[in-house]
Design a protein around this ligand. Structure first.
Ligand SMILES: NC(=O)c1ccc[n+]([C@@H]2O[C@H](COP(=O)([O-])OP(=O)(O)OC[C@H]3O[C@@H](n4cnc5c(N)ncnc54)[C@H](O)[C@@H]3O)[C@@H](O)[C@H]2O)c1
Length: 310
C-alpha cells in the first residue's frame, strides 16, 4: 500500500491501522507539514514531493496494490492566495498518481477529498453528495477536479475505490498549522492561557468528525466498485464555533472570553454533511461523540504541547 501524506495527521492514523492489519506500507510525504515521528517505523518512508518525478521510482520499488492519497495543500485560505500552486499539488500531482496507478496496475485508489470546501454555501444542510458542488475557494475547485479524474480512471481503467469527502476532522496529531485547525488552535491557546480569536460572530457551523472514524471510512472505501463513488464522511451534527469554544473551554477549565476578528474570504458559513450514503453502501457511521473525541485530543495535546503558541 502507498499512503501519500502518511506523515500527516489523518494519513498517519491510516498507516497505523493498515500496519495493524498486517499490510506492507510505503509513505510518500515531503514532511512539509507532516512529522517523521508520526510514521510508525514499520512503514517505509519516502521523503519526496508528490510533484516530483521520483515518485515513479517509489511506485516501481514498492509495487503497491492500493494508493490512499492524503497529501495535499489543504488550506482553502492559502489556495485563495496561491491558486496555481494549489492546482499543481492537488490536481496535477493527483493526476500523475492516477497515471502511475494505471502504469503499475494498481487496483485501488482512495482520494481524501473535502465536504465543506466542495459544497460551498450549500442550499441543503446536512448536505448530501447529490448537492451540486459550489466551491468558493480554489482548494474546493481542485479537490472536485481530482474527484472527477478519479471517477474517470474508475470508468476507463477499472480502478476500485472512491473519493471520501471529509468534514472537519480533529484528533491526536492534528497540528496547529495555518489557521484552519480550530480544535488544536483553541486547546493550545486555552492551555497556554493566551487570548483566543474567533473569526466573525462564531455562529458559523462545522461538522466535527473524529480521526479514527475518518480512518475507518477511508479504508471501507478501498474496495468500492459501485456507482456514485463519492462519500461524505462526517457526523451529520452541526456545531457552531461558539459551541465548540464552550465545550473545549469546559474540558480545559478555561474561563477567558474569545476576541472576534472579521470573517475571512473563502470560508463557508454553514457546513454539515449528510452521511447516509456511506452508512447504506459502506456500512460506515461515525461512532465518536464530540466530547469524547475532544477529551482524547486534549489528552494527546497535554502530552505533546511543546512551546507556548504566539
Ligand atoms: N483535516 C481535515 O479536517 C480535512 C478536511 C477535509 C479534507 N482533508 C484532506 O485530508 C487530507 C489529509 O489532511 P490532514 O489534515 O491530515 O493534513 P496534514 O497536513 O496533516 O497531512 C498532509 C500531509 O501531506 C504532506 N504533503 C503536503 N504536500 C505534499 C506534497 N506536495 N508532497 C508530499 N507530501 C505532501 C504533508 O507533509 C502532510 O504530512 C488532505 O488531502 C486534506 O485536503 C482534511
Amino acid at each position: 500500500m502507498i499512503v501519500t501524506g502518511g506523515a500527516g495527521f489523518i494519513g498517519s492514523h491510516i498507516v497505523d491501522v493498515l500496519l495493524e492489519r498486517g499490510c506492507e506500507v510505503t509513505v510518500i510525504d515531503d514532511l512539509s507539514n507532516g512529522r517523521r515521528e508520526f510514521v510508525d517505523p514499520r512503514a517505509n518512508l519516502a521523503v519526496i514531493n508528490i510533484q516530483d518525478e521520483g515518485v515513479a521510482q517509489v511506485f516501481a520499488a514498492s509495487r503497491p496494490e492500493a494508493v490512499i492519497h492524503c497529501a495535499a495543500q489543504k488550506d482553502p485560505i492559502t489556495s485563495v492566495r496561491q491558486p496555481l500552486e494549489d492546482c499543481r499539488t492537488n490536481v496535477l500531482a493527483t493526476l500523475n498518481l492516477l497515471e502511475l496507478c494505471r502504469e503499475h496496475g494498481v487496483g485501488h485508489f482512495v482520494l481524501a477529498s473535502t465536504g465543506g470546501a466542495i459544497y460551498g454555501n450549500a442550499p441543503e444542510i446536512p448536505t448530501p453528495e447529490s448537492c451540486r458542488p459550489q466551491p468558493i475557494s480554489p482548494y474546493g475547485v481542485g479537490k472536485r477536479a481530482a474527484e472527477l479524474y478519479l471517477q474517470c480512471y474508475r470508468e476507463t481503467h477499472g480502478l476500485r475505490g472512491a473519493a471520501v469527502r471529509y468534514a472537519n476532522v480533529y484528533g491526536p496529531r492534528q497540528l496547529r498549522t495555518g489557521e484552519s485547525a480550530v480544535v488544536p488552535i483553541f486547546f493550545e491557546a486555552m492551555l497556554n492561557g493566551v487570548p483566543l480569536r474567533i473569526y466573525g460572530q462564531g455562529e458559523q457551523t462545522r461538522d466535527f468528525v473524529y480521526v479514527s472514524d475518518v480512518t475507518d471510512a477511508t479504508l471501507a472505501a478501498l474496495d468500492y466498485t459501485g456507482p456514485d463513488a463519492v462519500f461524505n464522511v462526517g457526523t451529520g451534527v452541526e456545531t457552531t464555533i461558539n459551541e465548540l469554544f464552550r465545550r473545549a473551554a469546559a474540558q480545559v477549565g478555561y474561563e477567558g472570553e474569545p476576541n472576534h476578528a472579521p470573517e475571512r474570504p473563502g470560508e463557508v458559513f454553514r457546513s454539515c454533511l449528510d452521511c447516509r450514503h456511506a452508512k447504506e453502501v459502506l456500512g460506515w457511521e461515525a461512532q465518536t461523540p464530540l466530547d469524547e473525541g475532544l477529551a482524547q485530543t486534549l489528552e494527546w495535546l497535554r502530552e505533546h504541547l511543546e512551546t507556548p503558541s504566539e
